[in-house]
Design a protein around this ligand. Structure first.
Ligand code: NI
Length: 154
């Protein structure tokens, strides 16, 4: 396993659309292990393959209870909306408010090739949406909204 270099905002790879994984090769499995290690080394809760320079549709998410690796993730359902603060390992030092669905159902493949489906709410739903955006070249800074009126950035 290896800690990979995390690409920073301004690197064109972060603006590309990643390709679906058509076969789960040894390289993809190694990529997932390296992404998990890289995410944890950087103290992050999610990472998408384009952030380590790989244009394949792979994300890893640390839900707090478990680390989920998802290949070709698709948001099947999304409901509700909430505004909260986000950051990104590719944009160190920057945080801002983004509106996300408050509940999602996401499907994809596990590293062993089995189809899976997760229901996520709140912060974990936010991480999935943020990471899947990376697969389409979208950064949270593209989606900034004003701070909710009942809160203030201190
Ligand atoms: Ni990010």
């Amino acid at each position: 396993m290896a800690v990979l270099e995390i690409r920073r905002e301004g690197d064109p790879v972060l603006r590309e659309v990643a390709k679906p994984v058509d076969r789960i090769t040894k390289n993809i499995k190694r990529l997932i292990k390296d992404m998990v290690q890289t995410m944890h080394a950087a103290d992050g809760v999610g990472l998408a393959a384009p952030q380590v320079g790989v244009l394949q549709r792979v994300i890893v998410v640390d839900t707090g209870d478990e680390v989920v690796a998802l290949i070709n993730p698709v948001i099947e359902q999304a409901s509700g909306a909430e505004i909260d603060v986000e950051g990104c390992l590719s944009i160190p030092g920057k945080r801002g408010y983004v509106s996300r669905a408050s509940r999602i159902v996401v499907s994809g493949l596990r590293p062993d090739g089995k189809p899976v489906r997760y229901t996520a709410e709140g912060f974990v739903a936010r991480i999935f949406q943020h990471e899947i955006d990376h697969l389409d070249g979208i950064l949270f800074t593209d989606k900034l909204v004003d701070a909710p009126s009942d809160s203030a950035m201190g």
